[in-house]
Every structure is written in C-alpha cells, then in structure tokens.
Design a binder for this molecule. Structure first.
Ligand code: FAD
Length: 446
C-alpha cells in the first residue's frame, strides 16, 4: 500500500461544494499543507486523453453553455466561483494558498473511526476534520435492467467526462435523431441544446407534464408549447422499456411502453440522481436519503461534516429536514460548514443555516427562477403566451393564507430580488383573483 498523507482538513469531493469550501477556508485562514481536496474528477471512462486538471467548477454549465454549437464554454472559463459572480479559482490559486488538490483520485473506503480514506490506487489519507461533498451520481436505465440500455450512444450527464462524451456524440451525429428520456430540468435543458445543435429531438417522460416536481400544469404548458414551437417533439405519459442497436452496438431506436418506437442516433437519459453516501453507510446517521446534519452541517460523527447534495439538514424556515440538490445550496452549505469549523476552533458563535430554497434553469432564450416552497394553491400571473416576443409570467404558491413560494420566467434582476424577498417574508396573500391581477406588483411591494 502506498504511504499515507495527513491533513488537518480534508474535503472529499471537488465539485461545487468542494470549491466553495476551499474559498471559505482561504477566507477564514488556513496554513499551507493543512487542507486537501480529494476528487475523482476527471477519472476518464471515455476514449479521450486525460484532462490535465479538473479543479472545482460550476457544474450547471455542463448542460448549458458547454454544449452550445458556437463558442461552447470550456475550462478554465467556468471554474468556481464565477457562477455566483466571484473570483475564478484556477488550479494555481490552490497551489498559491497551499491547498492540495488531489484529483483523478477515487476514494473507495472511508473509515470514520480511524479517520482514514483509502483511494482506488491504495493511497491513504488521514484527517482531523472531514467535509463530505461527494454530490450525486446519475440513475442509469441499466440499473433497472432496461433491455439494450448498455448500447453505445445512450448517454448520461453528471461530470465533465460525460459532457465530453455527449459533445462528441452531438458532433458525430449532426442532423441525426436524438431522444431525451426524462422531463426534468436536465431533460429540458438538454433537449434545448440538442435542438440548437440541429438534431431532431424528441423528449419522452411518463408524467402528464414536464418538471412536475416544480411546475404546475399551467407553467409546464408554456414550456411545452415553447419547445414544440422550436421543433422539439414531446411524448408524455410513457416510458422507455428497451433499445434497439445495430451490429456495432450503436443505439438505433427507443422502444416505448405504449408500443411506439422512436428512431434514435443519440439517447440522453436524465431521470434523476442519487446522493453518493455509500462510503459512509452504517457510520453516520442518515435521513431522507441523505446524511443527516445539524444547522452547521456537522453529522452524527463529531468532526465530520456533509454539504451539498448529500446533506439532509434542518430547513429552518419550514421547520423541516430536507435534502436539496441545487447549486445555490451546495455553495452556501459549504461556506456555512467551513465557518462552523473555524468558529468552533476560535470559540466564536456562528449563526444557524437559514436557507431559502432557490432554483433556476435556462434554455433557449428562456430563464426562470424559483424561491421558497411550491406547496398549496398556485396562482399564475403575467403573459404566459409562448409566442409572445418576450413572455414574462410567474406563479405564487399560497398556503394557509400566506404566499410561500414564487416562480418567475424572464424576470429582471430587480424582479427576481422582489420574489426572493416575498418568499422569505411569506406575506399574507390576497384573494387569488387579486394576486393574479397584481402579478409582480404584489412582490414589488414587499
Ligand atoms: P458535485 O458538484 O456533484 O461534486 C461532487 C464531487 O465529488 C464530484 O467532483 C465527484 O467526482 C466527487 N466524488 C464523488 N464521489 C467521490 C469519491 N468516492 N472519491 C472522490 N471523489 C468523489 N442546480 C441548479 O440549481 N441549477 C442548475 O441549472 C443546475 N444545473 C445542473 C446541470 C447538471 C448537468 C448537473 C449534473 C447538475 C445541475 N445542478 C443545477 C445541480 C447542481 O450542480 C448540484 O446540486 C451541485 O453540483 C451539487 O454540488 P456538490 O458539491 O454537492 O456535488
């Protein structure tokens, strides 16, 4: 076994949380050699040459600008923390700060009792404080034994390696047919970008409308019409049950449960993710599928913190425990955990995490933001006509007489700030008719 290395702090996972944690450590003060970030990106599963270095980057770029037909975004352009308007942390930044980036290194064993991590190559790393930031892995159709799901050109998207595979397939199949399996935000963003690349795109999902976890039928109707107007075909209420492939093993068709068959040169599957908690099973308390933490992201094991997609934390505003798979939370939870770690060392108090859920997506010329909770009655306002030159509409969610959530398509920065304030303040709602008539005016008055 290779000799071990010791660090005071280890961040396991060099994704969004890993990068924002590093910046916060630097802000709060770390000595050279105290902090390491260990990450498996970019362990290549593809025929591409190894990437020289994949320091933490803004993952949302992978389903958006990374796949654009013109001037696609490439590293180092979108390293953290550009996604929140901050400094771009290039690999040199870490070396200047004495932060060790241990990349292309997969940890296959974590022993919290002996505070030891072991890599696939047999290297060991010991720590005093561990920050788990392993994020999620995609759910694959082969996990369910879907027939033909291992055929070539059935692709997923989580890491930069996946994005490179998808980009290469798009180039190879220009003008061909793409089927997108899944109607969540990944499905919507990828359908748009595939269409922008001149593929003939069909989306397939089992629900009655897209993004059902957030969108109401009315909101979804806008996006579905908009996509249809752009030439994306949408097949709802059915699922892929198998795939045909040619003699080379390349996918040629998607077989649907309703009996129909869609020709396909590329299939992209976006059916959700699973938090990567396996390494810690039986060693930390879990809750709602994630690693349970307190309001400072410390787990049931003292000195072990969990942030980002893997953490189930107290959502103070709703007096509830939740796991959130959104980039804004991954950034803020990492910052909170590091503040808590350093605060504990200094004996200074840190305020409890008080997160307001925020989620956004962008596709074609569209851009929406959502704040708060999408529970209760939804009230649509504004111009939700997909053929308008500049559609702008939103929705409020009203529960127990209070306005608890707000969604806005096409909002300006000021308008998005207004709905943020509204979701935080949870003001008493007026009647549905009045809310509808007031539209954004209601939020602007908060
Ligand atoms: P990640 O950013 O996934 O980082 C986890 C890191 O840990 C990875 O680098 C991984 O390789 C590494 N790792 C995991 N296991 C190991 C191991 N055993 N050993 C070593 N390293 C390991 N959210 C939004 O709010 N808006 C969006 O528009 C949006 N777009 C997205 C688009 C895509 C394509 C994806 C995949 C996600 C998107 N998200 C979006 C979600 C958002 O990116 C995630 O919530 C966020 O990245 C979570 O941060 P994280 O640090 O917890 O995990």
């Amino acid at each position: 076994m290779a000799s071990g290395k010791h660090f005071k702090y280890v961040v396991l996972g060099g994704g969004v949380s890993g990068g924002y944690a590093a910046r916060e450590f630097a802000k709060q003060g770390v000595q050279p050699g105290e902090l390491a970030i260990i990450s498996k990106e970019a362990v290549r599963n593809s025929p591409f040459p190894p990437l020289p270095s994949v320091a933490p980057y803004e993952r949302p770029a992978l389903s958006k600008a990374y796949l654009f037909p013109q001037n696609p975004a490439r590293l180092p352009g979108f390293h953290v923390c550009v996604g929140s308007g901050g400094e771009r942390l290039l690999p040199e930044w870490y070396s200047e700060k004495g932060i060790e980036l241990i990349l292309s290194t997969e940890i296959v064993k974590a022993d919290l009792a002996s505070k030891t991590l072991t890599s696939a190559a047999g290297a060991t790393f010991t720590y005093e404080i561990l920050l788990i930031a392993t994020g999620s892995s995609v759910i694959k159709l082969s996990d369910f034994g879907t027939q033909g799901a291992d055929s070539n050109n059935i692709l997923y998207l989580r890491e930069i390696d996946d994005a490179d595979n998808l980009y290469a397939a798009i180039q190879a199949k220009k003008g061909g047919k793409a089927v997108v399996v899944g109607g969540g935000y990944i499905g919507l963003e990828l359908s748009a970008v595939l269409k922008m690349n001149d593929l003939d795109v069909t989306m397939v999902f089992p629900e009655p409308w897209c993004m059902p976890r957030l969108f109401t039928a009315e909101i979804a109707a806008f996006y579905e019409s908009y996509y249809t107007n752009k030439g994306v075909k949408i097949v709802k209420g059915t699922v892929a049950i198998g795939f045909d492939a040619d003699a080379n093993g390349d996918v040629t068709a998607v077989k649907l449960k309703d009996g129909s068959v869609l020709e396909a040169d590329i299939v992209v599957v976006g059916v959700g993710g699973r938090p990567l908690t396996t390494l810690f099973k039986g060693q930390v308390a879990e809750e709602k599928g994630g690693i349970k933490t307190d309001a400072f992201f410390e787990t049931s094991v003292p000195g072990v913190y969990a942030v980002g997609d893997v953490a189930t934390f107290p959502m103070k505003i709703y007096n509830d425990e939740r796991r959130v798979e959104h980039v804004d939370h991954s950034r803020k939870s990492a910052e909170q955990a590091v503040k808590a770690i350093k605060g504990k060392e200094a004996g200074s108090a840190v305020e409890e995490y008080d997160y307001l859920p925020y989620f956004y997506s962008r596709s074609f010329d569209l851009s929406w933001q959502f704040y708060g909770d999408n529970v209760g009655d939804a009230i649509l306002f504004g111009d939700a006509d997909p053929s308008s030159a500049k559609p702008k509409f939103g929705s409020y969610w009203v529960k127990d007489g209070k306005c608890v959530g707000a969604f806005l398509e096409g909002g300006s920065p000021d308008e998005n700030t207004a709905i943020t304030k509204l979701a935080r303040a949870q003001p008493p709602a007026t009647s549905p008719d009045e809310l509808k008539a007031a539209g954004l005016q209601f939020a602007s008055k908060i």
